[in-house]
Design a protein around this ligand. Structure first.
Ligand code: IMP
Length: 174
């Protein structure tokens, strides 16, 4: 186990407090990148102050399938329902790894003329970057290991685990 549910809860509450302060008096569109960020998005939304008028939207991008490395090719599987023009957007991601996904999505959303676009990522693997891109709010920086649980999967498994775990290789399991 890398982070238990209580550590995650505390860190997400901290991010919520920071985001509430930064967006006080504004309205915020909280965009989840499905499927991995679904759990983080749901928890983060509930720790943002009621004074920040918050709406939700969802987009889905192609995943790695069974691989544990990004191919660099990102496909939009589901686009947003809301217009972004003139709005403050907070994109909610599970992990920034190579950064290729975030780099692509940012460009895609900026083309729709939001007033601001920031990124909240629960986890960051800073040593794995292929492109220069960073989240504005980061839950935890982690080493370059594959993790599952709290919404994150390996081949669609383990998303429902309440804690965050490192996926061990067959050698490490022996
Ligand atoms: P990137 O394009 O390499 O930055 O990868 C971003 C996406 O890959 C994340 O939003 C995740 O969905 C997935 N991903 C990257 N690392 C992991 C991991 O350790 N566990 C599960 N999914 C991951």
């Amino acid at each position: 186990m890398l982070f238990d549910r209580e550590s995650v809860r505390r860190r997400v509450a901290g991010l919520g407090a920071q985001i509430s302060w930064d967006y006080r008096g504004k309205s915020l569109l909280l965009v989840a990148v499905l499927k991995g960020a679904e759990v983080f998005h749901a928890d983060l939304g509930r720790v943002i102050d009621a004074e920040v008028e918050t709406s939700y939207d969802f987009m889905a991008v192609g995943s790695y399938g069974r691989a544990t490395r990004s191919s660099g090719e990102v496909r939009i599987l589901k686009d947003l329902d809301e217009s972004l023009e003139g709005r403050d957007i907070l994109l909610v991601e599970d992990i920034v790894d190579s950064g290729l996904t975030l780099h692509y999505i940012r460009r895609h959303l900026l083309a729709r003329a939001p007033r601001s676009l920031k990124v909240a990522a629960l986890l960051d693997k800073p040593s794995s970057r292929a492109v220069e891109v960073d989240a504005d709010y980061v839950g935890f920086a982690i080493p370059d290991r594959f993790v599952v649980g709290y919404g994150m999967d390996y081949a669609e498994r383990y998303r429902n685990l309440p804690d965050i775990h490192i996926l061990l290789s067959p050698d490490e399991r022996r």
